[in-house]
Unconditional design. Structure first.
Length: 364
């Protein structure tokens, strides 16, 4: 039986179901090489894991990572094909393994957002070479496919596979709890890039029309600047900072909400919120979003607001309050159906990956 080695920075918990389905495919055997820890994130457990330690250092203002036994582990596993997450020049071991694979006739496949990167023309040329020299690319979205065509990739070497979370993380079968207060929800790591200050500044505008408004903010990080801003604006009683939440606790908060608001660039949280029937409001700064932004259908399952503009965000939220009052059942159903329409499920994602790998492995 032929062997496929997956390489990830860390085994993400949300990918657990997808990898389990891929690894039980029955056509080829699999293992996954990843870090024991990456930027404070601990990996999910999989029996087929090959875990290694990172060497991390800074140079010219950039932070670089290297799995210290990466090449030895690859040689020891003896794969027929390698599937590597992303093209990231900060993960030096992936470039080394790519070169080794090319020299030894091992098929190398990228699993990538297919971004153009921010390294200027040198980075563009390097990415173009890495993509075009590979056996293929598993792209997250149609936008990624278009970018790969810009790099000169042949359509036959690319497949759009989408993304997914574990089935238990979705809320497709969760009913919303009755709530007298209109509730908006943010869930994610609290960092300046999430632009939560824009959300907090929008709340005074919203409470003029909805005095009972409640805003739930879930996530770890430095909340002090946001808490202080809420106090300055006199809206602290409308905001509940809940810290990190997981499992049934997270599910309970999503079931209480009516609207999901993500003021910065959004990723897989888009699918997560839609699975609970929550329309998503996010920035119109398209370059900041992950590939999951393809799920957003303005006016149907969410909307954009003008980036960084609290008044625009407030008006967009108020518009959706009216929409939900008129036809909340239809909107919730439209949100959930989007997850199915785009195949953002472990079963669909794993099927597309397996089919593509079978095609590439069997070809000479």
């Amino acid at each position: 039986m032929k062997k496929v080695l997956f390489i990830e920075p860390v085994i993400a918990h949300y990918r657990r179901d997808t990898f389990k389905l891929i690894f039980s495919n029955g056509y080829f055997s699999c293992a996954i090489l990843a870090g024991r820890e990456y930027e404070g994130v601990r990996p999910a457990y999989l029996e087929q894991s090959i875990l290694d330690s990172y060497i991390t250092f800074s140079l010219f203002g950039h932070r670089f990572h290297f799995l210290k036994n990466a090449l030895w582990n690859v040689k020891h596993y003896k794969p027929n094909a390698i599937v590597c997450s992303g093209v990231d020049f900060h993960h030096l071991h992936t470039i080394l393994i790519f070169i080794w694979a090319k020299l030894h006739g091992i098929k190398f496949i990228w699993w990538s957002h297919a971004t153009e990167g921010k390294q200027g023309w040198i980075g563009f040329i390097a990415r173009k070479f890495l993509y075009r020299s590979s056996a293929g690319v598993l792209a997250y979205s149609k936008a990624g496919l278009l970018r790969l065509q810009k790099f000169g990739m042949q359509p036959s070497k690319v497949v759009v596979v989408g993304n997914s979370m574990n089935n238990e993380d979705y809320g497709l079968n969760v009913n919303h709890a009755d709530s007298d207060r209109f509730t908006i929800l943010f869930s994610g790591r609290i960092t300046p890039e999430k632009k939560l200050d824009v959300l907090v500044k929008a709340i005074p505008i919203i409470v003029r029309k909805i005095p009972s408004l409640r805003c739930l903010i879930i996530g770890g990080g430095n909340i002090n600047p946001i808490v202080n801003l809420a106090k300055e604006l006199g809206v602290e009683k409308h905001i509940e900072f809940l810290g990190p939440a997981y499992g049934s606790d997270l599910q309970r908060f999503f079931a209480l909400a009516h609207l999901f608001v993500y003021p910065g660039g959004i990723g897989l949280s888009m699918a997560h919120a839609l699975s609970y029937g929550l329309p998503v409001i996010t920035t119109d700064a398209m370059s900041e979003h992950g590939p999951e932004i393809e799920l957003l259908k303005p006016g149907v399952n969410g909307d954009y607001f003008i980036d960084g503009d609290p008044e625009s965000l407030a008006n967009t939220i108020l518009l959706w309050v009216e929409k939900l009052q008129i036809n909340s059942d239809y909107i919730q159903q439209a949100c959930k159906e989007t997850v199915f329409q785009f195949g953002y499920l472990p079963e669909e994602l794993s099927k597309r990956v397996i089919e593509f790998l079978l095609d590439k492995i069997e070809k000479p």
